[in-house]
Design a protein around this ligand. Sequence first.
Ligand SMILES: [Zn+2]
Length: 279
Amino acid sequence: MNNQSIALGDFELTVVSDGTYVGDGGAFFGIIPKTMWQRKTVPDDLNRITVSCNSVVVRTGKQTILIETGIGNKLSEKTKGFFLPQEKLLESLSAAKVKPEEIDIVINSHLHFDHCGWNTVYKDGKAVATFPNAKYYAPKGEWEHGKLQTERDRVSYISDNYDPLINSGQMQLIEGSAEIAPGISVEIWPGHTRNMWAVFIRSGGKTACYISDLIPTTWHLEVAWAMAYDLFPLEVLENRKRYYARAIPEQWLTIFTHDPDVPWAYIERPDNKLTFRMP
Ligand SMILES: [Zn+2]
């Protein structure tokens, strides 16, 4: 997918992708039968579907902000064999004419490895900041949960993606909601994890929302179509309803973190059926 840009008030938003990876179709669609989800996306012989890792660059005129950093290039060879990541974020940034040193702020919606992988790269065997001049932000509760290394989801949390930045003071962990920069704010929207953030971008009376894994693709618009990865599927359902109650009438541009074809769209509900319109 090529970079796409759109104006939002005084801001410019550009989708930059880390490329695609593959994951088990069943894991992405939870309790939904394959007979239904395969109408949305066709799995391969190993029942894998192809998804994307969509990041967004926001140019506010004063600052350059990167929301989410994809899978990165630090996975072990064995793990790469499972996910087949393309590791393209730096190429996509370059195509968007953004140099790593120009990024002022990096925001991670949560700390699963497919959302914060390019936070760091290995240099002489040590994980160092990919964006040397950026201040990084992540939800404090995410980091605390990752540190627990629970049996259920410890594979999702790779500490080299964030601990070196926290230790050096370059990453700040935030509890609850916050305004990170003028027009850029974060709010906890639970369901996928307890503390995942939605990132709101507001300028000139317009709103865009990086809703992250609460609604990972346009295939997941139906409120009950939660992923098997989601820790609190009932909260996914309730929070999608709460999201639509504002995002639809107020015409928020919704950014889809894992959709390989539709990085952003306006969600609509004609005749009570959830659908979307690309800008
Ligand atoms: Zn996640």
